[in-house]
Design a binder for this molecule. Sequence first.
Ligand SMILES: Nc1nc2c(ncn2[C@@H]2O[C@H](COP(=O)(O)OP(=O)(O)O)[C@@H](O)[C@H]2O)c(=O)[nH]1
Ligand SMILES: [Mg+2]
Length: 301
Amino acid sequence: MHRLRYQTFHHTDFTARELAAEKTRLGHVVSMCLPARDEAATIGQNVQLLRETLMDGLGLIDEILVIDDHSHDRTAEIAANAGARVVGVNDVLPEVGPGEGKGEALWKSVAAAEGDLIVWCDADILDFGPRFVEGLVGPLLARPDIGFVKGFYDRPVDGGAYGGGRVTELMARPALATWFPHLATIVQPLSGEYAGRRSLLERLPFVQGYGVDIALLIDIAAMDGTDAIAQVDLGTRRHRNRPLDELGPQALAVLQAVLSRSPMGLEHPATLVRPNLEPVEIGIDERPALIDLPAYRRRSA
Ligand SMILES: Nc1nc2c(ncn2[C@@H]2O[C@H](COP(=O)(O)OP(=O)(O)O)[C@@H](O)[C@H]2O)c(=O)[nH]1
Ligand SMILES: [Mg+2]
């Protein structure tokens, strides 16, 4: 079977210094966005690292934005002290009413960010480094035809190269293989590390919950074609690993996101019922493309 080959880069293809010069030459503004809920353990060091290695002095990134979602810990305070601009998820576009979930935070970050290039990294990465940003921004600066760059990595905790997490292997890949085989060669379809052009992101709806990562891939391929998507090898990534009982709701959210874009469609939320655990309802709410929202102020650079 013919397998689609995505443009693939390696983070070592790029150096921060060269990227910063190219970014200035092209007149881009780069926003680094970190969605965060209860990430006090990692957010401070990751923000500080970004600021010291890529922002102050070098200017590869122009702002570090943390979208905080009612964290119960000191995430907001620690991130602000480390030099991030911290916004509460409900303080952005208050006229649209409250929403929740990772996707809500990503959508709000597009609205709140200043840049025309947006880079996202999860806030729970333990082995964070400049390579994440170099790798994700690099293809956007090098190639005007690329609109979206999806990160992949080895997950040392699981052994083997190219292995994904449990939700990736047991839900995301089988679901993509069934309904969206043109996305089967995306190495880490659930990675939270990706970057895109505002001109593309503002045309996309955002699933509110954990389904957002895979829904964006499907929607970008549908809207701008698979050639608009590149992948980049970011080396290794370690993050907080969750117990199995927390992965069930995530897997359901991924299934719902894929189904909602499949010919079958999806009309109702579902409730995950498990022995000895409280039932969990997974909603299917989405935010519309920002460009369709009167309150959205378009930034361009
Ligand atoms: N603002 C916000 N961030 C969230 C929410 N849910 C998850 N995140 C962040 O999104 C990133 C990925 O979430 P995580 O729980 O690590 O997902 P996993 O790696 O797929 O298990 C982390 O930085 C989280 O703090 C949310 O509801 N709101
Ligand atoms: Mg994580």
